[in-house]
Design a protein around this ligand. Sequence first.
Ligand SMILES: C[S@@+](CC[C@H](N)C(=O)[O-])C[C@H]1O[C@@H](n2cnc3c(N)ncnc32)[C@H](O)[C@@H]1O
Length: 298
Amino acid sequence: MIDITQYLQGIYEDLQSYVDNDVCLCKFKELNFEAGAIPDYTDINIQQLYLLRYAFAYAFEYSRMYLDVLSQIDDTNHISVTSVGCGSMIDYWSLIHALEMKSKMDCSIRYVGIDIIDWNYKIPQRQNDEVHYLIGNAADIFTNNSQFISDVYFFPKSISEFSDSELNAMANSFSSKKIQKNRFFVCISLREDQGSMDRDMQKTKCLIEAISKNGFYTKWPYNRYAYYDCNDGIVSLDNDFQYPQGALQFVTNLNMECVNYKIQEMNCQSDCQKYLSRWPILRVKHIRYQVIMFERMS
Ligand SMILES: C[S@@+](CC[C@H](N)C(=O)[O-])C[C@H]1O[C@@H](n2cnc3c(N)ncnc32)[C@H](O)[C@@H]1O
């Protein structure tokens, strides 16, 4: 499997080629999540900068979530996952990484990623895995499915982006359709700040209530979450996470790559430096997640 350093290096080289064409970089200021903003993920350059800023930390976070799942399942020869709002399938990479950490590389994966956008930079499929990428609104896909067959339903930093009506449609499906497994997991990666996290966990509550109506229980309270009580660098916890140096320099000085900066040694606006020199997430203090196990009530 591609390592995270190579993955980011390839994206960095592509974004570097784009800015080498002397372009104005103001559009990258839109890549922020302030006040509930959602970036334009349809733009390949926004995808590139998004991945350079966040994929490193998210890949680590999701691998810890999958390690939690793997420690609670009996059959580690096969695992089936539905990833809702999967983007470039970083969580598929994380699952493979978690299996490698547990020396379970021969566990085969059935991975169904759902996203409304057809992302670039999808994680390449491992031999012997079954991977499907469904492009569409997850609410419609849930509404049209006939039953739930996965071991894991994973929401990789996506739950916040579903409207209440989309979430209700998914919850209705979970409450009314056949769930094949006697035990399955809903994994939710949450946003960090308290207000956003509280809003995300209201959606968790809605999903737990829906699944409980369908004859399953969980011991996980909707407002419990896992986090790190330290601010260690990710690399100190997992040596496979080496952020490529050239990419780091590039991302943290992006404002200087703007054509207007190159000509006038000044950015277009006073906020360019603030928004265009943001560091990628390299530490664990932002991590918040839920790994919720459901079991069929006997
Ligand atoms: C913050 S991004 C996370 C992407 C990826 N999971 C990651 O970890 O980088 C949220 C994703 O949810 C997707 N999304 C938002 N609403 C959706 C919907 N109704 N149906 C399917 N995907 C949706 C977006 O297109 C986007 O790719």
